[in-house]
Design a protein around this ligand. Structure first.
Ligand SMILES: C[S@@+](CC[C@H](N)C(=O)[O-])C[C@H]1O[C@@H](n2cnc3c(N)ncnc32)[C@H](O)[C@@H]1O
Length: 339
């Protein structure tokens, strides 16, 4: 089991026989091993895929919103990567609890769990560290006065981006990549004027949907599909498309797990670090598999930090890799699938 699950398992008596809302867990055996009436909220589609079948569907929610579970005895948040995502989650979890019920927060020390007191303070009293083991901490606060009901609009940020050829309204939520601004790498990819082919075009790791929105307007013969592993990103991408009057399909996928058929082009600013450690494994797996989703002659166009060793991987799995554009930090690469 993951370290965060192990620290919860060490305090199994806190949850035994209780109705517990568990938020942002790892897809491991925790809910099977600990006897409690678990209800899980995840925004990570890979976790949903991992727990689907192990937990009853009524007890497992993949969404940008917390499920409205009644009569909860306790809530447990596993510290998300982004602090602001923890605040977003707690603001939805706390109103589900009756006063006097416990809110737990656990996570790795390196992942910011030591901010627990500050995070729990708006919702609970008697905040205390219950355990510290396996590089993790477990904190508890007791819910105090009734918190304000959650309103998504209070957390949603909308910004106007001025591109050379168009204005885009971008909708974003806490912890969504480049929250409330345009990433420098994505901007460089959008500076590239080269047309995309007609037909299906995939935006892999769409985030708030900025790439597909701008490129769909420039390439009216392209039919965009947007995928991301993060439910908040998918919600934001749908909102961004809507506000900019762009029609496209948006659906969850862990890597290319739910991407079927072949595309005339795939565009991406691929994820290169997840969590605390730098990690390019998702991008590497994407390069390995993406040719299966490209028509012969179909284009892969990505932007990445210049220091990442992607050209070799692209050449190994797709074809000759051209640099379309670069600045001091980023490069836009293009490769064409063998045909
Ligand atoms: C660098 S961001 C790019 C976001 C957006 N395209 C942009 O340019 O602003 C990478 C995106 O990949 C998503 N991602 C991370 N792991 C993923 C996975 N396994 N499958 C699909 N998407 C993933 C992240 O949630 C994030 O939104």
């Amino acid at each position: 089991m993951d370290n965060t699950s192990q620290i919860l398992a060490r305090s199994a008596e806190l949850f035994a026989g209780k109705r517990v809302l568990l938020v942002n867990p790892v897809a491991d055996g925790l809910t099977a091993e600990l006897p409690a009436d678990w209800h899980v909220w995840t925004w990570d589609y890979s976790v949903w895929l991992g727990l689907n079948g192990r937990l009853d569907t009524a007890r497992l929610t993949f969404s940008h919103l917390c499920p409205d579970v009644a009569d909860i005895d306790a809530v447990v948040l596993i510290m998300p990567k982004a602090l602001e995502r923890a605040e977003y989650a707690l603001a939805q979890m706390a109103p589900l609890l009756a006063a006097g019920c416990p809110l737990y927060l656990t996570g790795e020390k390196k992942g910011g769990v030591s901010r627990a007191e500050k995070l729990l303070q708006p919702y609970g009293d008697q905040c205390e560290k219950l355990d510290s083991a396996r590089h993790c901490q477990l904190w508890r606060a007791v819910r105090n006065a009734t918190p304000a009901p959650f309103a998504l609009g209070d957390w949603q940020r909308s910004v106007t981006l001025e591109l050379v050829d168009q204005t885009i309204e971008l909708v974003s939520l806490p912890g969504v990549f480049s929250h409330g601004r345009l990433d420098e790498g994505s901007e460089l990819l959008l500076d590239e004027p080269g047309k995309l082919p007609a037909g299906r075009v995939l935006d892999f790791g769409c985030g708030a949907g900025v790439l597909a929105t701008a490129l769909a307007r420039r390439n009216p013969a392209a039919r965009f599909e947007l995928v991301d592993v993060d439910a908040l990103a998918l919600y934001c991408a749908r909102q961004t498309l809507l506000r900019n009057a762009v029609e496209a399909e948006v659906y969850p996928s862990d890597g290319l797990s739910d991407v079927h058929g072949r595309f005339a082009a795939v565009v991406s600013n691929p994820p290169f670090h997840t969590g605390i450690r730098h990690d390019t494994s998702i991008a590497e797996r994407f390069f390995e598999r993406v040719t299966r989703n490209l028509v012969p002659g179909g284009e892969l166009r990505i932007v990445a930090n210049g220091f990442l060793k992607y050209p070799g991987l692209i050449e190994a799995h797709i074809g000759p890799c051209n640099v379309l554009r670069e600045n001091t930090r980023f490069k836009v690469y293009s490769a064409v699938a063998p045909g």
